[in-house]
Design a binder for this molecule. Structure first.
Ligand code: DGJ
Length: 725
């Protein structure tokens, strides 16, 4: 059993194949963190816990001597009120106004597998789970900490359940999912920041004393920061060194922070953002935090990412398609924007015949009076001026041409100019009587209101149940402002963001279950909600509204730190590119897009015969390599954040097949020798490379490298490897 409790020393050992987490019930029942890192024996680490008194670190009641202070003890789930001045994991307010807590060991149990997290997306298929119950004896409040182990992939999933057994209501003002104290501070913190059309750029900065954090206050995980961060040693590279990674399975306001104290210990925490949050918990009720996915490796960043990839590919979400090859899609957004009608769509669809594309997705503009982005969101009925015979003829046309049909929605939004808003202005998030913000001329529907949830279930089901729709693109084009719900009483207003998220998850869960054959694709102005919460219900996300292949190098490379490539939708778009005006060769656009869930974002009517042939080759090649992209181990080889080029590769789990891609950004004059070193191969196996003559040993390709030809701006190369015999 990977979870062991040694009663003599009151120590818990949580072991995965390559890591150990160790903590112990300490004086009076406080939980003391002893270790998290590379797997070690079940040693008695009590000797390491010698702490010396420090001035201004207070002693808790009944402490053995003046050195015993919660301000100095590394702990699993710190609280406010016991003398620990660092950031707590949990804070509550009792009816008398008191905010003091003192959580101590109460009991524990070890379960086979892993219980569901009610109403929240979560990993499944864990080997076992430790539930550790802590209690505040004074009030009766309990907190159950849950640790689920995925042995083979070195993942621990953590969450907390706050149980009000106090006999009176209380307010939860902070409820993080996980907190860990590490006995060192010589880390770099890595995170993914960005903006619309420039998502998930890599940030790596040394920790300093104090708190540093990434967070969202926007009601969505956001383009600006992603709910993923890592603490890595200064010398950590892609292939070696310590990396502690954490990702939150949540799509709303989050925080991930690292707090370095005066004694050079680091408190690493993540969970729902306490900013503008509180939750009223009646007596007998529980509050469950979202799940945090934690991993450690001493094998560098690629291994850290592969651990996340394995968790999200094999243990997250919709079981039917989560590990399946996704359809090749053509989406009409950049081909037509809002300017289409039945005839134009017929022409586009007919033109796709024989290209090897699986699904045609009709984007924004098919409903209400939607000729531009200022109206009609919320009115999910077909625009009869554009499509006089409804969606059915479009669907039939797709099927006649060998494709299935997909449809765009933006369910969480309402336009001021819409029948829905005219009928229900109170369903939009805002405070009546106060001027409110708009974004893209639209408001956010108040999903904290159960009536809105029911409306959306019906409106979407009506469309999905009455048409043969195999694919849904679910968009979300602004963030929450004016956070006020007309459905919530005054003392529950700070619950709006989390209630919104819970009902959004309930809606997605309902639709997933009612329409199990529909493949859902997430989107939020591109990749504004690229998080593990959304991936649970919608296993791929439109990675960015920037479809330029060269910009996508950074965006997709950055995204891969936490999320598997198959979860990223990447389409070949027209050249010059609509966002950047950049002219990029077709094969480079193809190589970048094919390293993800692949498709097209262009007008097939504008293709030359030669380009049509090229597309046929691309779709045939993608069908060949898609299993590798879906199931293979992904390796980052050269970072576009560091260099003027970029390279990556996929290796099949048995190491017999691999595909590597190299892309030159700007060409460099007088650059006679350029090598790329592969990774993840069997060193002793011989490989044939489709694009080169000869046979090569795995170790040769990994350590001596492949010499690349000189390449001009935006040129690229790929290498398709197959083991011989
Ligand atoms: C933003 C998305 O990211 C685009 O792909 C497209 O669907 C537009 N919205 C439509 O309004």
């Amino acid at each position: 059993m990977p979870i062991t409790f040694v009663p003599e020393t009151q120590t818990f050992y949580l072991d995965t194949d390559n890591t150990s987490a160790i903590f112990r019930v300490y004086d009076q029942g406080y939980i003391l963190t002893e270790y998290w890192g590379k797997r070690i024996h079940h040693a008695d680490l009590t000797r390491l816990q010698k702490v010396y008194a420090s001035g201004f670190s207070p002693n808790y009641p009944g402490a053995v001597d003046r050195s015993w202070s919660l301000d100095l003890i590394p702990t699993e789930y710190p609280v406010y009120g016991g003398g620990d001045y660092r950031s707590p994991a949990v804070q509550v307010q009792f009816p008398d106004g008191s905010r003091l807590l003192d959580l101590k060991y109460h009991s524990h149990r070890v379960l086979e597998g892993k219980p569901e997290l009610p109403g929240l997306p979560h990993l499944d298929g864990a080997d076992c789970t430790l539930e550790l119950t802590l209690c505040d004896d004074y009030s009766g409040l309990e907190v159950v900490l849950s640790y689920s182990l995925f042995e083979k992939i070195d993942i621990i999933a953590r969450s907390a359940r706050i149980c009000n057994k106090t006999g009176a209501p209380l307010k939860v003002t902070r409820a993080l999912s996980a907190s860990i104290d590490l006995p060192r501070a010589d880390f770099d913190m890595m995170g993914l920041y960005g903006a619309h059309i420039r998502e998930r750029q890599l940030d790596r900065t040394p920790l300093r004393h104090g708190i540093q954090s990434v967070e969202s206050r926007r009601g969505a995980s956001s383009h600006q920061h992603n709910p993923f961060a890592a603490l890595v040693s200064r010398e950590t590279t892609e292939f070696s060194g310590d990396a502690y990674g954490a990702a939150l399975i949540y799509s709303g306001n989050f925080v991930i922070s690292a707090e370095v104290d005066s004694f050079d210990t680091t408190r690493f925490q993540l969970g729902i953002n306490p900013f503008d949050f509180s939750w009223k918990l009646e007596d007998g009720e529980e509050f469950v935090t979202p799940e945090a996915v934690m991993t450690y490796t001493d094998q560098g960043l690629n291994r850290m990412s592969q651990n996340f990839h394995n968790a999200f590919r094999h243990h997250l979400g919709h079981t039917r398609i989560r590990n399946k090859v996704r359809p090749i899609v053509i989406n009409n957004w950049e081909a037509t924007y809002f300017d289409f009608d039945e005839e134009k769509l017929f022409d586009i669809i007919d033109c796709c015949k024989g290209l090897g594309i699986d699904t045609f997705v009709l984007d924004d503009g098919w409903f209400g009076k939607r000729y531009n982005d200022v109206c009609s969101l919320g009115d999910w009925v077909v625009n009869k001026d554009k499509l006089p015979h409804g969606l059915d003829p479009i669907i039939e046309r797709c099927e006649q041409n060998g494709m299935s049909f997909g449809l765009w929605f933006e369910p969480e939004m309402v336009s001021e100019d819409s029948d829905l808003y005219r009928a229900h202005p109170e369903w939009a998030i805002h405070k009546e009587g106060r001027p409110f913000c708009t974004g893209r001329c639209q408001l956010v529907l108040d999903l904290a209101n159960p009536e809105v949830l029911e409306y959306l279930k019906k409106a979407l089901s009506d469309v999905l149940a009455n048409h043969r729709i195999s694919y849904v693109k679910w968009d979300m084009n602004r963030h929450i402002t004016d956070a006020y719900s007309s459905a919530l009483p005054a003392d529950r207003q700070p619950e709006i963001y989390h209630r919104y998220m819970l009902n959004l998850y309930a809606l997605l869960d309902y639709l997933n279950k009612r329409f199990p054959d529909v493949a859902f694709e997430g989107c939020s102005g591109g990749g504004g909600r690229f998080d593990a919460g959304m991936l649970y219900y919608m296993p791929q996300t439109w990675t960015s509204d920037d479809s330029d292949a060269i910009e996508r190098l950074k965006i997709q490379y950055g995204t891969s730190f936490a999320y598997p490539p198959q979860c990223m939708t990447a389409h070949i778009s027209a050249s010059p590119n609509h966002q950047m005006g950049r002219v990029t060769p077709y094969d480079t656009r193809a190589r970048v897009a094919m390293s993800a869930s692949f498709g097209y974002e262009l007008n097939p009517l504008h293709l030359t015969d030669e380009e049509r042939e090229e597309i046929k080759n691309q779709t045939a090649r993608y069908k060949k390599i898609a299993p590798l992209v879906t199931e293979g181990d992904f390796y980052r080889l050269i970072s576009p954040f560091d260099r003027n080029c970029c390279a990556w590769m996929f290796v099949s789990p048995d190491k017999r097949r691999a595909v590597a891609v190299y892309v030159q950004k700007l060409g460099v004059p007088a650059w006679p020798r350029n090598l790329v070193y592969l990774a993840g191969l069997n060193p002793d196996a011989r490989y044939r490379i489709e694009e080169m003559d000869g046979e090569f040993y795995g170790d040769e390709l990994m350590h001596a490298g492949i010499a690349l030809p000189w390449m001009g701006d935006f040129q690229s190369a790929s290498f398709t490897l197959e083991q011989i015999d």
